[in-house]
Every structure is written in C-alpha cells, then in structure tokens.
Design a protein around this ligand. Structure first.
Ligand SMILES: *[C@@H]1O[C@H](CO)[C@@H](O)[C@H](O)[C@H]1NC(C)=O
Ligand SMILES: *[C@@H]1O[C@H](CO)[C@@H](O)[C@H](O)[C@H]1NC(C)=O
Ligand SMILES: *[C@@H]1O[C@H](CO)[C@@H](O)[C@H](O)[C@H]1NC(C)=O
Ligand SMILES: *[C@@H]1O[C@H](CO)[C@@H](O)[C@H](O)[C@H]1NC(C)=O
Ligand SMILES: *[C@@H]1O[C@H](CO)[C@@H](O)[C@H](O)[C@H]1NC(C)=O
Ligand SMILES: *[C@@H]1O[C@H](CO)[C@@H](O)[C@H](O)[C@H]1NC(C)=O
Ligand SMILES: *[C@@H]1O[C@H](CO)[C@@H](O)[C@H](O)[C@H]1NC(C)=O
Length: 677
C-alpha cells in the first residue's frame, strides 16, 4: 500500500514539472498544431490556409482557442508572477465594413472552459461574474463595438481587462511611429495587424503595442503599472477568445508566439498566412461601369437626387448602435401612415415616457401599438437603445412583444403587439369598464409573476423592469396579463440630466430603498409586484387619494386589517363575495411579504411563483413589514408641503396618479432627491 502511495506521489511530482516545462510557444501559422490547441465554441483551424478562425460573421457566436496544457505563471515558492511576452497577428473582417462586432481578446484564464456569453462579453464573462476577483481572468481586448455598460471609449480600442470587462486602461487603436507621432489603426480593416503584450514582473509593468508592420514600435499604446501575482493562479491557460453579437465580424489569428521570462520568437507578417479577401461589395461597381449610356446615367442621377431630396425630410442616417437593436426597423412613413399621422384620436394612452397610438400597419394590416418617446438627449437615447438591443430578444407569453422600432431625430418610436383589452388599471379602479372575476384576476397575477420571473432569472442577463404597476399590465383578447414597457424606465435614468441619479418608478410602487439608494434591483421589482397583488385583490390604488386618511396607503391599511384578523375585509367589494378564499388569503399574505421593508426580506420571483402555483405553502404568520411602510412617502409629503411647489399637491387628487412618477420629474423628484442627500 505504502509503495503504491509513494509511486503515486512520485508520479505526481513528476507530472507537474513535465507540464511546467512548456514555457515557450511558436505558431507561425496554425497548419500543424495537432492537439496543441484546444478549440471550443465555433473556433476552427482553416486547414488549407493554416489560420485560426475564432468566429465567422454570423450573429452571437463564441470561439475559444487555448494552448492545450496549462503553463506555469507564478513562482510556487514566493507566489510572484513571472514575466512573459507574447506577440500575435490578427485580422478582423466585419460583416459591414464600418461596424465591428464584437471583438476578441488575448486571454490568460484558469480554465479552458469559460462559463461565458457572446456579444459584449467577448466570450470571457457571463454577466454575473464581471468584476469578481475569483474569475482570475487576464485579457487584452481588441474591441470593435462601444458598450456603454463597460464604459468603452469607442468602437475601435485596445484595453487591459483584469477580472472585468471595464478596462483598467484602454486606448484607441493606434501605434507610435516615434515617441510623439501617433498613427491610427482601424482594427476592423480586414488587414493583418500585429500585437505585442509584454509583462515585466520586476518592474510590475504591462505594455501593449500594436502595429500594421512586423517590427515592434518602441512606444507602447498601453503601459500599465500592475502586479499580476494576484490575478494569476500558479497554472493558467493561455489563448484567445472572441464573440459576435447582433453585429458580427470574422476574427482570425494568423500566427502566435509566446514565452515566459524572455522574448518570444519573432513573427514576420509577410511569412504568415493571410486571408483571401472575398469582398461582397464589387457588384455595385460592376453595374456602374457597365452602364455606358450617359443618358441613362444622367437620368439615374436625377432620379437619385429626386428620391434623396424627397427622403431628406424624414430620413435619418442609421447609426451603428441602431443596428444592434434586435427587432425590425420600420420606416417613419410607415408608422405615420399606420397611426393616421399620429392623430389625437388614435391615442391609446399617455404616460411618463410619451404617448401610445393605435395603428394598423399599411402592408400587413396588423394592429399595433406605437409608443412615441421624445428625448432631447441623444446620449440618453443612445444608451437606452443599447439596452433595448439586449432586451429586444426577450420572448415570453406574458410580455408585450416589441415588434420593431424607428428613430427620427429625438423621437424613438417603439412598435408593440396591440393589446385589445387595454391596461389592467382600467379594470380595477374608479369606475372599471368591466369587473374581472377572481379567477381572471388570479390568472393575470400568475402571468405577470411568470413574466417577472423570466426577466429576473430566465434570460441570459438579469433584466429589471423598474416600473411594474397596474397600468403597465396589459390584457390581450383572452384577458391574459402581459407586462409591458420593460426597460423603459431606464430611459429616464439616462435622461437629459445625466449627472443626477433619478429615482424612477411610480409612487406607491416604489420600494423604500429606492429614494435612498436610487438603484433598482430585482428586489424593488418584487416590492412593486407586491403592491400590484394588493391592488388586484382590493381593487384600489396603492395610494388612494379619495380614501380616508388611515386608508390612504394601501399596504398599511391591508396590514392593519390582517393584524386584526379581518383579512377578508380588504377584498374588492365588486367581487360580491364570490372568490376562492384560500387563494385570496394567500395572495394578500404574499402581497405583504413582497412589501417587506428590506429588499432581502422579500421573496424572490422564483419563490413567488411557487407560492402562486401552490407548490409551497404560504407561511401561517406573515411578519410585519418593519419600518414605515411607504418610507419616503411621509418625508416626501412634508418636503412637498414645506416647499414652494405646494400647489403640486393637486397631484394627489390627479386621476391619473399612477401615470408614471417620472412624469412629475421636475419638482417632486428633485424634492425627493434633495431630502435624501
Ligand atoms: C506540439 O506539441 C508537441 C509535444 O508537446 C511538440 O513536440 C510540438 O513541437 C508542438 N507543436 C507546435 C507547433 O508547437
Ligand atoms: C458560421 O458558423 C456557424 C457555426 O459553425 C455556421 O452555422 C454558419 O453557417 C457560419 N456562417 C458562415 C457565413 O460561414
Ligand atoms: C522562486 O522564488 C524563490 C524564492 O524567492 C527563488 O529562490 C527561485 O529561484 C524562484 N524560482 C523561479 C523559477 O524563479
Ligand atoms: C458565471 O460564471 C461563474 C464562473 O466563472 C459561475 O460560477 C456562475 O455560475 C456563472 N453564472 C451564470 C449565470 O452562468
Ligand atoms: C465571486 O464568485 C464566487 C464564485 O463564483 C462567489 O462565491 C462570490 O460570491 C462572488 N463574489 C461576488 C462579490 O459576487
Ligand atoms: C482593474 O479593474 C477591475 C474592475 O474594474 C478592478 O476591480 C481592479 O481593481 C482593477 N485592477 C487594478 C490593478 O487596477
Ligand atoms: C514598457 O514601456 C515603457 C515605455 O513606455 C518602457 O520603458 C518599458 O521598458 C516597457 N516594458 C516592457 C516590459 O516592455
């Protein structure tokens, strides 16, 4: 036994030095790599050319290529990272010549299997692990799409990324011809570019240099003081990662050289394989040449001018970020026609973000709802669109589907499925247009819970709705509840006044932590959902201006009744006592649980779903939502009263009170902010 153990130990001791012996790699082309590279995703070696292709220009792909064996990056005795140097040649060929998508990164990672996503994540991270130092990811990104999320400087930059996609340092694609003259490089030009990454562990300096030539410029474009000892584990995998999103490029590596503790072998661009250039754009040119008749050319020109002048009025150049927007792009003319020129009569509703028009698309004759959002701030719009780009792909039967969009100057037009029965609030409050029975109400609640659960957990990234409320719940022809307007609240946060964080949401649905932190979370969505539950049971707004003072705030009132053991007193009298009592009690309790003061005390949507589906029994006793129940509200009222904008009190009796809170942005929001600072 002891012998076997000793043998095993000996083998172990032996095996580590064997793998650690690899400290230099040289691939002047990738023809004969055999098993030395491990390819994942759609990465492949183009055999006949000897080129490593990380992605082609199809949407949402990822490709990884790592040297198969791990390499020792750290001294096991003192834990200090080793110096290393690498150079590689790459070519990026975008689908559309001016638009990249998304980029690639030279990567050093603890594993060859990255649990990651495409698009802006470059195949390196998955959204929840960004910035987490336990990822141990070192990357030099060559990024061709500007992601606001990560503070990208532009759509043509090189960046140093340590455990994150927010670059620690980044620079325009460029090289120095001498110490002071900088020459720009278009990373996505389709031409070969060489890059050098040098880390000196004695000086703790990391340099990155690029050039369209084989010789290395003296001055790097990035020079960053960093000790990589904490980033590296003792053994790491080294290679490349690339991804595409809605915008896509082919990413190629032509050759690669790497060495621990010294200069790697020189790569000569001229002797590396190069990609053939199959350009798609020659057809137009040929046609142009073959048209010999001058008369024809002249008439073509005049037609062009005519069309151009005619279009000038409405046409807007497509910006790269707009292409990111998933769904269909409609022409302004089409939507103008659909809504009969945005006629007053076609208005379905107004909210904090703009007006909603009913429309019929001229070609397909389908009915749609067109939301017109005006925003003076182009930046705000742009960031918002970046957000829509990712949520445009959301699909759930309890979400109102975004069909497409159109931008014209500062206006953004969003086209949605038309919901025949309008919004839930018109069925609940004041004089409802029809009374929904309990079964219908319960069905609607479950549908919305399911949609929120999907937004929070079912999509590749967490989507926070930010404005869950009865007027954002729409009912289709079968009275199924569908959540609308997701992400729109974001626009307001990004709004024209971008140096202040605005509290977005609707009073009464606004979680107590919101005025304080200004940050929405899945927990604040749950809070708003709790308010919605109580509304649906009680047939009352979360803050009812017409009610007696002690009944003003719905959750307080329900809570009092619950404590008195008179829970059924809160049920909407319009139900005439016809309902499933255990379901009603469960929903009221759940509403109170979701209204808990601290976000952590609220259930998450997964648990909410399980309660609603009867998979989990609701607790017998619900604990008090400690703290004042609508915190911020009292302060809000008093600050309002003591301010010169006292006349804004009229807003309490405003029938359309749950029109977005954000629409009142000028005074109450500022007040709210003023008092929280
Ligand atoms: C691949 O690995 C083998 C064995 O580790 C080595 O002999 C060979 O030179 C490597 N090939 C390249 C291209 O690095
Ligand atoms: C790109 O790669 C994907 C996955 O391998 C493949 O389905 C697709 O056809 C390729 N596209 C092109 C244009 O080659
Ligand atoms: C690792 O560090 C120890 C102690 O500082 C040193 O003696 C040794 O030479 C180092 N090993 C390598 C491979 O640098
Ligand atoms: C993201 O990746 C980390 C490991 O890097 C993993 O622990 C985590 O579960 C992943 N998250 C998702 C949502 O896939
Ligand atoms: C970082 O990731 C580890 C492992 O995936 C996880 O346990 C930890 O909670 C994460 N830390 C943060 C701050 O997200
Ligand atoms: C690099 O950036 C990440 C994320 O932004 C940060 O957590 C980390 O501390 C930075 N590292 C250094 C050395 O600046
Ligand atoms: C990094 O660049 C600086 C010049 O900016 C140079 O002095 C230094 O030697 C370089 N270090 C490495 C490791 O290339």
């Amino acid at each position: 036994m002891a012998d076997i153990l000793r043998l095993l130990c000996a083998l172990l001791v032996l095996s580590i030095p064997v793998s650690s012996q690899v400290s230099e790699l040289f691939f002047p082309g990738f023809k004969d790599v055999g098993t030395n590279l491990t390819l994942k995703g759609i990465a492949e070696i183009e055999k006949n050319l000897g080129i490593l292709k990380l992605t082609n220009d199809t949407s949402r792909l990822m490709g990884h290529a790592f040297y198969t064996s791990p390499i020792q990056f750290k001294n096991s005795t003192n834990g200090k990272a080793f110096s290393f140097s690498t150079s590689f040649a790459f070519t990026i060929v975008p689908e559309y010549s001016k638009l990249g998508g998304h980029g690639f990164a030279f990567t050093i990672a603890p594993s060859k299997d990255l649990n990651s996503l495409p698009s802006q994540y470059l195949g390196l991270f998955n959204g929840s692990d960004i910035g987490n130092s336990s990822t141990h990811i070192f990357a030099i990104e060559f990024d061709t799409v500007q992601d606001f999320e990560f503070g990208d400087i532009n759509d043509n930059h090189v960046g140093i990324d340590l455990n994150s996609l927010k670059s620690n340092l980044s620079a325009d694609g460029a090289y120095y011809t001498d110490a002071s003259t900088k020459q720009n490089i278009n990373l996505k030009s389709g031409k070969a570019i060489q890059a050098w990454v040098d880390y000196d562990s004695a000086q703790n300096v990391l340099n990155v240099t690029i050039s369209p030539f084989s010789s290395k410029p003296k001055t790097p474009i990035l020079s960053f003081n960093v000790d990589l000892s904490s980033i590296f584990e003792e053994y790491m995998y080294v290679g490349f990662s690339a991804s595409t999103g809605l915008l896509a490029s082919s990413h190629y590596i032509l050759g690669w050289s790497f060495k621990i503790g010294g200069q790697p072998q020189h790569l000569d661009l001229a002797s590396l394989p190069s990609i053939p250039i199959p350009r798609k754009q020659h057809t137009a040119l040929k046609i142009g040449v073959s048209v010999s008749a001058i008369a024809l050319a002249l008439s073509a020109i005049s037609v062009t001018i005519y069309v151009f002048v005619k279009k000038l009025k409405n046409a807007e150049p497509i910006e790269s970020w707009e292409l990111e927007l998933g769904p269909h792009r409609y022409s302004y003319q089409e939507l103008k026609k659909a809504t009969k020129g945005f006629k007053e009569k076609e208005i379905l509703g107004k909210g904090g973000f703009g007006q909603v028009f009913k429309g019929t698309l001229p070609k397909s004759k389908t009915q749609v709802a067109v939301k017109r959002i005006s925003n003076d701030s182009k930046q705000g719009l742009r960031e918002f669109v970046a957000e829509i780009a990712s949520i445009g792909r959301l699909r759930h039967r309890n979400l109102v589907q975004l069909l497409g969009w159109c931008r014209r100057k500062g206006d953004l037009l969003l086209v949605y499925d038309y919901m025949e029965n309008g919004s839930l609030d018109t069925f609940l409050f004041d004089e409802p247009k029809a009374v929904l029975n309990w079964e219908q109400r319960f069905q609607i609640i479950k549908g919305i819970a399911s949609a929120l659960h999907y937004l929070h957990e079912g999509f590749e990234q967490v989507v926070i709705h930010r404005d869950v409320k009865a007027s954002n719940v729409l009912l289709d022809s079968e009275l199924n509840g569908r959540l609308g307007d997701f992400g729109l609240a974001r626009l307001h946060e990004h709004g024209s006044n971008s140096n202040t964080t605005r509290v977005v949401g609707t009073l009464g649905y606004l979680a107590p932590e919101m005025p304080r932190t200004g940050k929405s979370s899945t927990g604040s969505d749950v809070y708003a959902f709790g308010a919605l539950l109580l509304e649906v049971v009680c047939g009352r707004r979360p803050i009812e201006p017409k009610a007696k003072p002690e009944e003003l705030v719905l959750v307080d009132w329900v809570w009092n009744r619950y404590e008195e053991g008179k829970i059924l007193e809160v049920v909407d009298p319009r139900l005439d006592g016809v309902y499933n009592e255990s379901e009603v009690v469960m929903v009221v309790k759940l509403g109170l649980m979701c209204s808990a003061y601290g976000p952590r005390s609220r259930p998450n949507m997964r648990l909410v779903m399980r309660y609603l589906d009867g998979e989990v029994e609701i607790p017998e006793e619900v604990r008090a939502p400690s703290g004042s129940h609508v915190p911020g509200f009292d302060d809000f009222v008093s600050s309002l009263a003591s301010s010169s904008s006292f006349d804004k009190m009229s807003f309490y009796s405003n029938r359309d009170m749950d029109a977005s809170y954000a629409s009142l942005s000028t005074s109450p929001l500022c007040l709210l902010q003023g008092q929280t600072r």
